[in-house]
Design a protein around this ligand. Structure first.
Ligand SMILES: Nc1ncnc2c1ncn2[C@@H]1O[C@H](COP(=O)(O)OP(=O)(O)OP(=O)(O)O)[C@@H](O)[C@H]1O
Ligand SMILES: [Mg+2]
Length: 620
C-alpha cells in the first residue's frame, strides 16, 4: 500500500456542515463531561468574578482619595488610601491564583475522560467505519482537538463570563459616576459588537478548515512512518516530502488567514475604545474646568475605563478560542455520534462468562451443527447501490469437525467471506449460523469466543510475543496454553528470541520476519481452542519445510475444530476435507480436491502449476 495524499479524510460531509450551526449549542454538548467537575468550575468562575470586581473598587478608592485627603492636604489620609489600594491589589492577585488552582486538576480529568471515551468508542465502531475514516483524522481528534477543549474550559469559558460581568459592572459604575461621560464611552460598543458577530462567523469556517488540515497532515505523517520501507524501497521520499510540504503549506496559509482575521478584529477592539477614552478625557476635562464635575470623579471614571481595557480587548481572542473549541467539539462528536456495533441481543451471557455462554448455545444443536452460510449476499457499504453484490446468495455448509478450504481467484471475495463470520462486516442479506445459532443472535463476546481468526496480513501489536499470542485466549489462559499454541504453529523460534516469549515485538511486529509473524498470528488463532477457526491463507509466507511442519501440527488442531481455510496452494487445500470454489460471487463447486481437479476447469486452472501430492491426500 503506497502512502498517498488523502484528499477526502474522514467524513466527507463534515466539512460542509460547519455553516449554520451555533457555537453555543455545539459547546453545550460538552456538559455531560464537565458535569462531574461543575462545582469546582462554578466556584472558580465565581472567585474570578469577585477578583475582577475587586479591581473595579480601586477607582472608587482613588476618587475618595482625590476628592478627600488629597484635596484637603491630609497626608495620613493619603497613606490610609494607599494601604487600601495595596490590600485590594493583593486580594485580587490571591483570588486569581485561587481560581487557577481550582480549575487545573478537574480539567485535566475532563480531558482524560473525553479521550478515554473516544478511544473506547473507536474500539467499538464497526470495521466499515474504519474503512471510511483516515487514521490521521481520528488521531488529531484525540490529541489536538481535545487539547483545544481543555484550554477552552480552563480559560476562555471562565473569562468570557468574568469579563462580561466585569464590563457590565464597570459600565454601570461609569454611568453612575457621570452618565454623559458614560454614553461617550459606550458609543463605540455598537460597531464593536457588529464586528465581533461578523468575525465569529468567518473565523468558524477557517478554524474548521485548519483543524481538518491538521488531520490530513497527521495522516500523511502516520502513513509515511508506517510505510517507510516502501517509501525507501521505491525511492519515493522526495515525492512524499513534496506531498507533506504541500499540505503543511496549505495549513500555514489557513493559519495565516486565521491570524489576519484575528488581527483585524483586534484592531477594531483596540482602536475604538481607545478613541472613546480619549473623547471622554476631553469632555471630562472641560466639565472639571467648568466646575460641573469633581476631579476625583473624573479620575475614578478614567481609571474605571482603563481597568475595563483588558476585559474588552480580550474579547477578540476569547471569541476566537471559543470558536476553535466549538469546532473541536464538533469534530469530536462527529466520531462519537457514529453508531457502534450492536452488542447483540439480551440473551447474551453476563460479561466475563462469554465462553460458558458459547457452550450453552452450542449444546443440542443436532444435525444443524457446524458453520452454515444460508443464501448470504454481501456488498460493501460504500459500493454503489446498483453494482452487483460481491457475494451473491452463497450457500455453504461446513459440518461439525470438518475443515473446508475456500479457493477462488484473487479479488473474488474470499477474505470478505471470512470476515463475515466474526461479524467484522454485516451480511447484506441471508444468514450465517454456528451450530444452528444465527450469529446475529449471539452477543459479540459469545461469537468471538467461538470463532478465532487469522488474517492474510498477520497484525501484531507493540507488546511481548507471549501477550500477542495470548490475546486470542480468555484472561485465564497462561503459560501452558501459550506453549501449546506455539508448538502447534511451529513458532518455537519465540523461545530463541533474546528474552524468550517476553521479548517485545516492534510496532506492528515489523522486527519479525513475515513467516514468524504469520506463525504467531496462527498461534493466536489456536490458543483459545476455538470451536470454529477461520484462517485466511495462513501459510502463504512460510518456506516449504516450515510449511510442512505447520501443516502437520495444524492437522491435529483441525481434527478438533470446524474450520474455514482460505487457500491458494494445493498443499494448503490438502489440509481440508473438502474444497469450495468461489467464482463471480457464488460458490460454483464443492467437493474433494481431486473431484474438483478432475471435474472443474476453473479449479484445475487455479491449482495448475503446482500439482497436488497424491500421497498426502491418501493420509485422510
Ligand atoms: N473494505 C472494503 N471496501 C470496499 N471494497 C472492498 C473492501 N475490501 C475489499 N474490497 C473489494 O472486494 C473485492 C474482494 O476482496 P477480497 O479481499 O475479499 O478478495 P480475496 O478473494 O480475498 O482476494 P485475495 O486472494 O487477493 O486475497 C475486491 O475487489 C476489493 O476491491
Ligand atoms: Mg484475501
Amino acid at each position: 500500500m503506497m502512502p498517498t495524499t488523502p484528499d477526502t479524510p474522514g467524513d466527507p460531509s463534515a466539512r460542509t456542515r460547519t455553516a449554520g450551526r451555533s457555537a453555543v449549542r455545539t459547546l453545550l454538548r460538552l456538559w455531560p463531561y464537565v458535569r462531574p467537575v461543575r462545582a469546582r468550575l462554578f466556584t472558580a468562575a465565581f472567585v474570578a468574578v469577585v477578583a475582577s470586581c475587586t479591581g473595579l473598587v480601586i477607582p472608587l478608592v482613588l476618587k475618595w482619595m482625590v476628592d478627600g485627603p488629597v484635596a484637603g492636604r491630609d497626608p495620613a489620609g493619603v497613606w490610609l488610601g494607599a494601604l487600601y489600594l495595596l490590600l485590594l491589589g493583593v486580594a485580587e492577585a490571591v483570588l486569581f491564583g485561587l481560581r487557577r488552582w481550582l480549575v487545573a486538576r478537574p480539567l485535566s480529568h475532563v480531558e482524560a475522560e473525553m479521550r478515554a471515551g473516544l478511544y473506547r468508542h473507536l474500539q467499538r465502531l464497526p470495521v466499515a467505519f474504519h474503512d471510511r475514516w483516515a487514521s490521521g483524522q481520528l488521531l488529531s481528534r484525540g490529541t489536538t482537538d481535545l487539547m483545544l477543549l481543555r484550554q477552552f474550559l480552563a480559560f476562555p469559558l471562565t473569562f468570557l463570563l468574568v469579563n462580561g460581568v466585569t464590563i457590565l459592572v464597570g459600565v454601570g459604575v461609569m454611568l453612575l459616576q457621570d452618565w454623559t461621560l458614560g454614553l461617550v464611552i459606550l458609543g463605540p460598543a455598537v460597531p464593536v459588537v457588529v464586528m465581533c458577530a461578523l468575525f465569529e462567523k468567518r473565523y468558524a469556517s477557517v478554524a474548521r478548515l485548519a483543524q481538518d488540515q491538521v488531520g490530513d497532515l497527521t495522516t500523511v505523517v502516520e502513513e509515511s512512518v508506517l510505510g517507510i520501507r516502501i517509501i525507501k524501497g521505491f525511492g519515493r521520499h522526495r515525492s512524499q516530502a513534496r506531498a507533506f510540504h504541500g499540505l503543511s503549506h496549505t495549513l500555514r496559509g489557513t493559519e495565516l488567514r486565521k491570524a489576519r482575521l484575528l488581527a483585524s478584529i483586534w484592531a477594531v477592539i483596540m482602536t475604538l475604545p481607545e478613541m472613546a477614552i480619549g473623547a471622554a478625557l476631553v469632555v471630562g476635562a472641560v466639565q472639571v474646568a467648568d466646575g460641573s464635575l469633581s476631579a476625583g470623579t473624573l479620575v475614578a471614571f478614567l481609571s474605571t475605563a482603563l481597568a475595563l481595557r483588558w476585559p474588552v480587548e480580550s474579547i477578540g481572542f476569547l471569541l476566537a478560542m471559543s470558536q476553535e473549541a466549538a469546532t473541536a467539539t464538533e469534530r469530536y462528536f462527529e466520531v462519537m455520534d457514529e453508531q457502534p456495533e450492536q452488542p447483540g441481543p439480551a440473551l447474551a451471557a453476563p460479561a466475563g462468562s462469554a465462553k460458558g455462554g458459547a457452550r450453552r448455545v452450542g449444546s443440542g444443536a443436532g444435525g444443524d451443527g457446524g458453520l452454515r452460510f444460508e443464501n448470504v449476499s454481501f456488498r460493501y457499504p460504500d459500493a454503489p447501490p446498483d453494482s452487483p453484490p460481491l457475494l451473491d446468495r452463497v450457500d455453504l455448509h461446513i459440518r461439525p469437525g470438518e475443515s473446508l478450504a475456500l479457493v477462488g481467484a484473487t479479488g473474488s471475495g474470499k477474505t470478505t467471506l471470512t470476515s463475515l463470520v466474526p461479524r467484522l462486516h454485516e451480511v447484506t442479506s441471508g444468514r450465517i449460523t454456528l451450530d444452528g445459532a444465527d450469529i446475529t443472535a449471539l452477543s459479540r463476546e459469545e461469537l468471538r469466543a467461538m470463532v478465532a481468526v487469522a488474517f492474510e496480513e498477520p497484525t501484531l501489536f507493540s507488546a511481548s510475543v507471549g501477550d500477542n499470542v495470548l490475546m486470542g485466549a480468555g484472561d485465564d489462559a497462561g503459560q501452558d496454553e501459550l506453549e501449546r499454541a506455539l508448538s502447534v504453529a511451529q513458532a518455537g523460534f519465540a523461545h530463541a528470541l533474546p528474552q524468550g516469549t517476553a521479548t517485545q515485538v516492534g510496532e506492528q511486529g515489523l522486527s519479525l520476519s513475515g513467516g514468524q509473524r504469520q506463525r504467531l498470528a496462527l498461534a493466536r488463532a489456536v490458543v483459545g481452542r476455538p470451536r470454529f477457526l477461520v484462517l485466511d491463507d495462513p501459510l502463504s509466507a512460510l518456506d516449504v519445510h516450515t510449511e510442512a511442519a505447520v501443516e502437520a501440527a495444524l492437522r491435529q488442531v483441525l481434527a478438533r475444530t470446524t474450520a474455514l481455510i482460505v487457500a491458494h496452494r494445493p498443499s494448503t487445500v490438502l489440509l481440508a476435507d473438502r474444497v469450495a470454489l468461489l467464482s463471480d460471487g457464488r460458490i460454483t463447486a464443492v467437493g474433494t480436491h481431486h473431484e474438483l481437479l478432475r471435474g472443474n476447469a476453473e479449479y484445475a486452472h487455479l491449482m495448475a502449476g503446482a500439482p497436488a501430492r497424491e500421497e498426502e491426500d491418501d493420509d485422510r
